[in-house]
Design a protein around this ligand. Structure first.
Ligand SMILES: Cc1ncc(COP(=O)(O)O)c(C=O)c1O
Length: 414
């Protein structure tokens, strides 16, 4: 047996991140065949029609105008107080719940998911996540000795599968008496699905019903990483107001990320925002997350916080920033429409798309399909249950033609 120096709990398979690996292959293909001949739909980042990463001017002009000391200095452990206010405005807009709310800065949305899972589950607990999910939910849970249980995201009608949600929710809650359920909406990664307000109502009814047993502790984590690209205006934020006056044994944590909305993926900023009808529980959340910050990364990226604060505290900067986001939101919408139409034209089955960076194609043997597509110079991420096409990274023109090529490959695999 080979010697292991790493402690038992920290031994993991020698695997590199599959998405970053595929992205590197796509880059090689672009260098070899030219960008016009390759469709690189791998990374979840906004890319312009020429294949360049989009970096918002309003964001980077602000960064470059910051005094060096505002970039270099440590931030406070919980985050700069003015940022913690601004991030709530950015997240909720006009739909701030009537509740006790506390925010703690985290490095990206990932940090907030990490805190929610670590701070609100017991060893061995299972976290409830839908079957089309962002893989790091599992990575984070595994790291902490937790597991993930999946419910079916869609029913036969292509709507949120409330029956599967309820069945799994109640089974886990009855067993654990505490449950963290992560709902990635609006603009779910990888499907682009957004729960309707009626579907949110049903989710909350199940929680409220189960909250009648005061022993139950229900934690709803809403991962809104893509919210800035969802719906028209702030229509996809309406559900936030439903978090007003909930029973005190339902605690909501919103995982907010600056990565996509500010094109600041590598600058690592976001927030965990806790919502409760009980002020003590909101305070408990704040100090629990602050401790976790100190223990893990000490404090967040100060310059990123200042960018948001400065933009949100200056109406003209905010207007310019919103105009810029909306420009990219329109671009995304046009690309997604082209992909959805292209799929319809060739009868390619896709999952219901509403908003955001990705569209998913359900299929058997997605890995094989992805490998075959590489031969056609199309780079699409293979998931357990299908393929993820990143409309955020592909021009409208290519989004229109990709479905036919994908359909052909899938038909040949049958
Ligand atoms: C579903 C989902 N949640 C959260 C995140 C958080 O990302 P970050 O930590 O970069 O803000 C991402 C980013 O890819 C995501 O896709």
């Amino acid at each position: 047996m080979t010697i292991k120096m790493v402690a038992d709990h920290a031994v993991w398979p020698k695997a590199n991140d599959a998405i970053f690996g595929l992205a590197a292959k796509a880059k090689d293909a672009i260098a070899k065949y030219g960008k016009e001949n390759v469709i690189d739909s791998t990374l979840g980042a906004l890319v312009d029609d020429d294949g360049n990463l989009i970096c918002m001017d309003t964001v980077y002009n602000e960064l470059k105008s910051l005094p060096n000391a505002d970039i270099a200095a440590y931030a406070q452990v919980a985050g700069q107080p003015d940022y913690l206010k601004a991030v709530q405005d950015a997240c909720f807009k006009e739909y701030k719940p009537n509740a006790h709310i506390r925010a703690v800065a985290t490095p990206g949305g990932t940090g907030s998911i990490r805190h929610a899972i670590w701070n609100y589950t017991n060893p061995g607990d299972s976290i409830l996540v839908c079957d089309w999910f962002w893989a790091p939910y599992v990575t984070i849970s595994e790291e902490f000795g937790r597991t993930v249980t999946n419910y079916k995201l869609f029913n036969e009608k292509g709507e949120f599968n409330i029956d599967s949600y309820k069945e799994n929710f109640e089974a886990l809650l009855n067993k654990q008496k505490r449950l963290v359920t992560v709902i990635n909406t609006p603009a779910n990664n990888p499907t682009g699905y957004s729960l309707s307000d009626e579907e949110w109502e049903q989710v909350l009814d199940i929680a409220k019903d189960n909250a009648k047993d005061k022993e139950n502790k229900i934690i709803i984590v809403v991962d809104v990483a893509y919210i800035d690209y969802a719906g028209v205006g702030s229509e996809r934020r309406k559900f936030f107001s439903k978090f007003s006056n909930l029973p005190e044994n339902i605690f909501v944590i919103v995982g907010y990320s600056m990565s996509k909305g500010f094109t600041m993926y590598g600058m690592r900023s976001g927030a965990a925002i806790g919502i409760s009808s009980n002020e003590d529980l909101a305070e408990e959340f704040y100090y629990s997350c602050m401790h976790a910050n100190r223990a893990n990364w000490s404090n967040g990226t100060r310059a990123a916080m200042s960018i948001m604060t400065n933009i949100y505290n200056d109406p003209s900067k905010l207007k310019a920033y919103e105009n810029e986001v909306n420009k990219y939101k329109d671009m995304l919408r046009k690309r997604a429409n082209a992909f959805v139409k292209g799929s319809k034209d060739v009868d390619l089955e896709i999952l219901p798309y509403r908003d955001g960076f990705f569209v998913s194609i359900p299929c058997e043997n997605a890995k094989k399909a992805s490998d075959e597509l590489i031969k056609e110079k199309i780079f699409v991420v293979a998931l357990k249950k299908g393929l993820r096409f990143a409309v955020c990274a592909v021009s409208e023109e290519k989004c229109a033609v990709a479905p036919a090529a994908i359909k052909k490959v899938l038909d040949n695999l049958k």
